[in-house]
Write a protein that binds this ligand. Sequence first.
Ligand code: NAP
Length: 251
Amino acid sequence: MSTATKVILVTGGSRGIGAATCRLAAKAGYRVVINYASNEAAAKALAAEIEAAGGEAITIKGDVGNEADVMAMFAAVDGAFGRLDAFVNNAGVVDVKARVDEMSGARLERMMRINVIGSILCAREAVKRMSTLHGGKGGAIVNISSAAATLGSPGEYVDYAASKGAIDTFTIGLAKEVATEGIRVNAVRPGIIDTEIHASGGQPDRIAAIRGFVPMKREGKAQEVAQAVIWLLSEEASYTTGSILNVSGGR
Ligand code: NAP
């Protein structure tokens, strides 16, 4: 039986950066809620791994870009634990390489619905539970942006870059909005990180192609991003809010 009390919810927590964050969060003493979109096997395997290591984890299926799913996900956290101390807006998608003059409306709607609207809907529900204004005990939120927000990703996915620019602005604004309500809000901008997201955008060789342009001449590991997330969530970062931390090897 785990002795953890604090509860963390990580959207897209079943694979990649989200999964690394869930692993470190369990080690840091959180009870972990792993959200995923469709790959139940990956989510269940991670929960089993955390439990085998002495932690506590549950999985919740749900599309962050679907408001009913978001409401059901947070209600499930309420039902399971009755508290929420930390929230990570990690779920995000890319799309296939394209110029802006080739992008369909459907592509743009999916990108913005999941990456932007999904993140704002989830943050709304987290704030309702954490804010002292709503009777909560405070908490911390970390949004996962991207180096793309500053690079723009021309010829690849400017829409994705713009969605992450929105996350940066959202982080700054929400941080100020809830600064006196016990909630800190920060973001992390990962550079090129070794996860399956590149293959999901039809570019399985993207890391090898970009590695040479990174000042540190290597890709990052999901755990290296997770370490920054866990620090921002922790009391060690008690005076840090509205910050956007580059975890990008200097890129
Ligand atoms: P990943 O390996 O592709 O994993 C994506 C995770 O998000 C999976 O758990 C997936 O669930 C979940 N997910 C996808 N769409 C979802 C939705 N609509 N609702 C709920 N969950 C959803 O991705 P990653 O590379 O770890 O990326 C995580 C975050 O970091 C994203 O926001 C991404 O934009 C950002 N980022 C990544 C990089 C990089 O180089 N990897 C760089 C900068 C920023 P299923 O398993 O069920 O599909």
